[in-house]
Design a protein around this ligand. Sequence first.
Ligand code: HEM
Length: 401
Amino acid sequence: MDNYTLVLGSTLALSFFYIIIAKICNRGNKKFPPGPSPWPIIGNFHLLGTKPHRSLVNLAQIYGPIMSLKIGQKTLVVISSSTMAKQVLQKQDLPFSTRFITNALQAHNHCKFSVACLPVCPQWRTLRKILNTNIFSSNRLDVNEHLRSQKVKELIAYCARCSQQGKALDICQVVFKTNFNLMCNTLFSKDLADPFSDSKDLFSGGTDSPTTTLEWAMAEILRQPEIMKKVQVELAEVVGKGKPVEESNIPKLPYLQFIVKETLRLHPPTPFLIPRKVEQDVELCNYIISKGSLVLVNVWAIGRDPTFWKDPLVFKPERFQSLEVDMRGQDFELIPFGAGRRICPGLPLALRLVPIMLGSLLNSFNWKLEANIEPKDLDMEETFSFISSKAHPLRVIPSPL
Ligand code: HEM
């Protein structure tokens, strides 16, 4: 073989390999979403830290609103803008609608019957239908409103006892127990736990999300006493000072509703929604999301996106006076309940529970922080696990209005 043939042969072979590699990497013109280079074995795990929602915001500033990371062998795709979220949760909803189930969850058969874990299948559809029509429809919720109203009165009575004794209460603990019974009363028409015993052994995602929302709302309001005053004026006018808030009052309490929205914007209980995975390769905005990838939508980042939200880090309920943004999965700048076919089915209940509890607490008492902590010094650190909540429990003292 002469030199010419050798060079030509090598060039052709190299070109062939190059095309194959390029095809694998780019699948034609398509490529994988950008992201940091992975380390052997751990991939990019070390970049997540203890607050992944925060670390992933920083990474998204470098790699963009759709990026991919490696966590060990797993591919993790992170969505960090409202436009991309709309694509994943609405426009291409179906291929992104399967849940990512960890081995630990799989070990319990529970997943086969849980509406939150099941893939989109006839069983899941039936369960969702039962929830939507038999439990969370407006009519059904109206029918058992009196049961929730009774629980709120018990909560206020408990706070009144603390107020008489000048005793601080752990807002999360008290509200968790009330919420749990509010839920049981809505679902089964009876209590399942003694609301004020110390047992905290019963857990439910549907209870934790409203509880953490209420704790954050109280913390934000305590930091800005003028917000507390403003909402108390609204409550006194509409409900009457000292009375518990009824669900029928909610539409007439816009400022209270703005507070709930603003709380869920800054503190969505599930900062990444409930993780999803793709069962097949999916094309998304000219990128390939490879089969088996875990997909997270960083709603925490979207709620703080400075390109949409003015002063994104400031708790300012008034912003919603001039901003028509809904939380029901249509406006992708604010999606604390998710969107698309897997949107939270408990949304109609949550949007009753949180305002009646928060409104009743604020309309019945004045609140101050334990140990004379100044409002501006209140610690607002959050924890990160499945549900993100306040790292340090909010302890507050109620006093008569
Ligand atoms: C402030 C209150 C709440 C918030 C912020 C919230 C948020 C969420 C989010 C983000 C998801 C995942 C949506 C997605 O992947 O797109 C979800 C799913 C779910 N939520 Fe809620 N939730 C709340 C209250 C409730 C309540 C009160 C219940 C029931 C009593 C409930 C039951 C569920 C269920 C069953 C799912 C799974 C739905 C599915 O996978 O098909 N949630 N929730």
